[in-house]
Design a protein around this ligand. Sequence first.
Ligand code: ADP
Ligand code: 5GP
Length: 196
Amino acid sequence: MPAQNADQPRPVAKRLTVLSGPSGVGKSTVVAHLREVDPDVWLSVSVTTRAPRPGEREGVQYHFVTDEEFDRLIEQGELLEWACFAGNRYGTPRGPVQERLDSGVPVLLEIELQGARQVRESMSDALHVFLAPPSWEELVRRLTGRGTESDEVIQRRLEAAKVELAAEKEFDTTLVNTSVQEVCDELLALMTAPKV
Ligand code: ADP
Ligand code: 5GP
């Protein structure tokens, strides 16, 4: 066994991971699967001004808030990042994220591009993962097939998707969502990989 060198930095796991990618690529599906596989990973619950989709519950997928409440959260500095996306606002509550990071729990943020950029500015050692579709046609199929948005909202999300796809190189790594199980395994491996 090689002797331990006390001067060498000890490898530690990255604790904050940002998962981003175009709407409909499968972020929520991957995150839901990951939480089943590894309940130790803590997923931040965002606030949003968007209306709940059928089956979505307050405090589980999101905290659903009014525009006034969202304004208040911004004014009081309670959001780690926030952005407008396809006609609604979304943000990450700062307090719960900081608490988990302070106690060493791996934290996952599932957020869009503008928010990911803000996190890169404020928390420089976060790991940024881009989730990409196998093809543009498959992305359109998934977004349309989900059946949760009107045609107009789908068009807005597809416009945003072009911008998000063009920003892939800003991320530390890309995972292609062909198989949810494989992406989930790869993401978990990245989240727990040692960093020096
Ligand atoms: P996002 O959270 O990125 O907007 P969703 O998780 O809601 O995307 O997924 C969009 C649609 O694509 C859903 O109907 C979901 O079941 C489907 N989907 C997700 N991952 C895959 C995959 N690997 N293969 C096929 N369909 C998928
Ligand atoms: P959806 O309406 O489909 O749930 O989410 C729309 C987009 O908002 C997705 O790309 C999702 O990742 C992103 N999003 C969800 N929560 C947040 C957040 O707290 N901050 C930011 N910036 N984006 C978010």
